[in-house]
Design a protein around this ligand. Structure first.
Ligand code: SF4
Ligand code: SF4
Length: 326
């Protein structure tokens, strides 16, 4: 146990709960307490947090694995990680498509990387209607993908630079559309962070959703369901939550190591669409589900804004590049 009384992997009582609730741990027959083996497999973890939620003695398995990744990334083995994730690092270590030209007031819309990539029309609509109300737009990356690879120094630099840029542009309130951005940024920017649904509701923008929906809850919102509560502001029908599937498959950049497990997640989600309307509020999740061949998933924003846009998986990178020039 750590000095602060926080339970760590070395306190594991091998009750098997994490192993029995995780496809990755189950595949290798290991637990969060199997520290040496976990070090070998740290980049196979989807960082979904289910192990944390089921542990009866309060070990934060997700954080344990991030700590292992940090230790690997800062060691001689870090070069291998850099090589393995070269593309992601080259785009996001110092985000290549950053653009602050449209920031024009105390509040700014922060769509993140994946909403503009997969939903360019919906993003443009949001940018336009928020601009009419004096809210500019900032295209930048929160840094979560880099942080989750274990590059802690880069993570801290990204957050510090983000704080500095926002301060230079006089931004005091950031309106976020991605559950990953909100989860990762937390209160680290020292300014108010507001979810897009709460902001749209406050501004009186958006259509009510009359249909009953099956709402896929992305990993970062599983514990608190903050976004679910905010989406309820627009719901007139029944909301059934889909949070049994462990992850969409993109979490922790583990798909490269565990493509079959990632596919099993997507296929389990695809099954849910058979007789229900599956909707989600994470652009990355919807893109992942569609790429897996299960197209019947919608982003809830496309309903609220009436764009009814499908994830543009074929041009997602180009769409992201274009944000640099907006
Ligand atoms: S964070 Fe998710 S994928 Fe990783 S060990 Fe825990 S339950 Fe398994
Ligand atoms: S759930 Fe907790 S105590 Fe049980 S095996 Fe996993 S880490 Fe150990």
């Amino acid at each position: 146990m750590s000095k602060e009384g926080i339970k760590t992997a070395s306190d594991c009582i091998f009750c098997h709960k994490c192993r029995d609730n995780c496809s990755f741990l189950g595949k290798y027959g290991i637990h969060i307490g199997d520290i040496d083996r976990l070090r070998e497999l740290a980049y196979h973890c989807f960082l979904c947090g289910r192990c944390t939620s089921v542990c009866p003695i309060g070990i934060d398995g997700r954080q344990e694995i991030i700590d292992i990744r940090r230790s690997i990334a800062s060691s001689d083995e870090g070069a291998k990680v850099v090589k393995r994730y070269k593309g992601l690092l080259s785009e996001k270590r110092d985000y290549r498509f950053r653009n602050y030209r449209n920031s024009n007031g105390k509040a700014a819309f922060f769509p993140g990387c994946n909403l503009p990539s997969l939903y360019p029309k919906t993003t443009a609509r949001l940018v336009s209607i928020l601009s009419e109300r004096g809210i500019g737009t900032i295209y930048d990356c929160c840094g979560k993908p880099i942080g989750e690879l274990g590059f802690k120094d880069d993570e801290e630099r990204i957050i510090a630079d983000l704080r500095k840029r926002l301060s230079e542009h006089g931004v005091e309130e950031l309106v976020v559309a991605c559950p990953n951005c909100r989860d990762f940024l937390g209160d680290r920017l020292g300014i108010k962070i507001v979810g897009i649904y709460e902001k749209l509701h406050e501004l009186g923008i958006g259509d009510a959703i009359d249909d009953d929906i099956l709402l896929y809850v992305p990993c970062p919102d599983r514990a608190l369901r903050v976004w679910v509560d905010e989406i309820r502001l627009f719901a007139r029908g029944r909301i059934e939550l889909a949070d049994d599937v462990q992850c969409c498959g993109l979490g922790g950049s583990a798909m490269a190591e565990e493509p079959e497990i990632a596919e099993s997640f997507a296929s389990a989600l695809g099954e849910l669409t058979r007789d229900k309307k599956l909707v989600c509020y994470c652009a990355s999740c919807t893109g992942r589900i569609k790429r897996s061949g299960y197209p019947e998933v919608s982003h809830i924003l496309t309903w609220i804004l009436g764009t009814h846009e499908s994830p543009d998986t074929s041009k997602s990178y180009i769409n992201r590049v274009l944000t640099r020039f907006k």
